[in-house]
Design a protein around this ligand. Structure first.
Ligand code: KIV
Ligand code: ZN
Length: 390
């Protein structure tokens, strides 16, 4: 195994409670947010973005109470580039053991047009607001929204201004999920090379999944020098969502041989928090979702089940226990073979001779043709019918 140093530590910044909650329909109650924040803190997330305090009284109270509750994580709130937002954010996060203010402004041509600021006026706004945030809090993150569609020269200029004004983390958002892995890496590399002071701060990556590349883009940014990944549980987030925490964390763990970067996440807590976030947000996890989908550790085909029974590494690259599942799920269906049926019946307490198994197998296949999935109770009924007719 490759040994790692502090240089290889990647901070996990979870924004389930801010960017995740911004998905239409994913609103969570105050108590639900506190519960999720507690689980994030316990699983080893480094920074929790708890909300957008100026957005509503409810958001303010949630950020404030999460700040009071957190034991280990840095608690961060979001604010636009104005003093009122930043002051409100500080009022909420200041209760934390480790507070952070996150302030942002859209820097691409399309986003600059919204507040109708020219390049110089925007640069001045960034200088003033980051300076103001830094006067309140030692830990300040600044984001140029839509960074991946911002002119490179201008991006370098405003990142330098934010660093000089006191930002300690510079987050590079791919706000509309437009970038691709090579470009994501090149952008971080370019900023590290061109911006004075870039080696003194942490670069962060914040990807959206509109083209299904958020995980790949985040990992590419890390390989180029980013040391913070912004992500959400189950990839919850606006439109196609954000980078999924469970995907980047497990990718770094499973492929540590080629990506030797460490997180402090206790991966055995992944499945539980995934289920809680799905329940409280009302956003069900798709069956074939990487890591946390119902089928991520399930096998139905005979060849796969037979291989799994002989050696689980045949068809699994990580152990279900590593993400908090008790075991691989061998799903009994029409593709299952004799070996899996024998193993499953064994688990249910039935040890069969070869001729008995052959008989049950025929009836099992007939049942599986009628049903999508054959459950334990179906198999027990099959065995009871067998005993009665014998
Ligand atoms: O996607 C985005 O640009 C954001 C910023 C506010 C960081 O969520
Ligand atoms: Zn975002």
């Amino acid at each position: 195994m490759t040994s790692t140093t502090d240089q290889d530590r990647v901070l996990i910044f979870d924004t389930t409670l801010r960017d995740g909650e911004q998905s239409p329909g994913a609103t969570m109650t105050h108590d639900e947010k506190l519960e999720i924040a507690q689980l994030l803190d316990e699983m080893g997330v480094d920074i929790i973005e708890a909300g957008f305090p100026i957005a509503s009284e409810g958001d303010f109270e949630a950020v404030r109470d999460i700040a009071k509750q957190a034991q280990n994580a840095v608690i961060c709130g979001l604010s636009r580039a104005n003093f009122k937002d930043i002051d409100r954010c500080w009022e909420a996060v200041k209760h934390a053991r480790f507070p952070r203010i996150h302030t942002f402004i859209g820097t691409s041509p399309l986003h600059r047009a919204i507040p109708n600021l020219d390049m110089d006026q925007m640069a001045e706004r960034i200088h003033e607001t980051v300076t103001h945030a830094r006067n309140l809090c030692d830990n300040v993150q600044w984001s140029p929204m839509d960074a991946t569609r911002t002119e490179h020269d201008y991006l370098c200029r405003v990142v330098e201004i934010a660093i000089k004004a006191g930002a300690t983390t510079i987050n590079i958002p791919d706000t509309v999920g437009y970038t691709a892995p090579r470009e994501s890496a090149d952008l971080i590399r370019m900023l590290l090379e061109r911006v004075p002071g870039a080696d003194q701060i942490v670069f962060s990556t914040h990807c959206h999944n509109d083209l299904g590349m958020a995980t790949a883009n985040s990992l590419a940014a890390v390989e180029a020098g980013a040391r913070q990944i912004e992500c959400t549980i189950n990839g919850l987030g606006e439109r196609a969502g954000n980078t999924a925490l469970e995907e980047v964390v497990m990718a770094l763990k499973v492929r540590h041989d080629i990506m030797p970067y460490d997180t402090h996440i206790d991966t055995t807590k992944i499945m539980n928090i995934s289920r809680r976030v799905a329940a409280v947000s009302g956003f069900a996890v798709q069956f074939n979702k990487a890591i946390v989908g119902k089928n991520a550790f399930a096998h139905e085909s005979g060849i796969h089940q037979d291989g799994m029974l002989k050696n689980s590494e045949t068809f699994e690259i990580m152990r279900p226990e590593d993400v908090g599942l008790s075991a691989t799920n061998l799903v009994m269906g029409k593709h299952s073979g004799r070996a899996a049926l024998r193993a499953k019946l064994g688990e249910l307490g039935y040890e069969l001779a070869d001729n008995q198994l052959a008989d049950v197998f025929v009836r099992f296949k007939a049942l599986a043709d009628r049903k999508k999935e054959v459950y334990d109770d179906d198999l027990i009924a099959l065995m009871q019918a067998q005993t009665t007719s014998a």
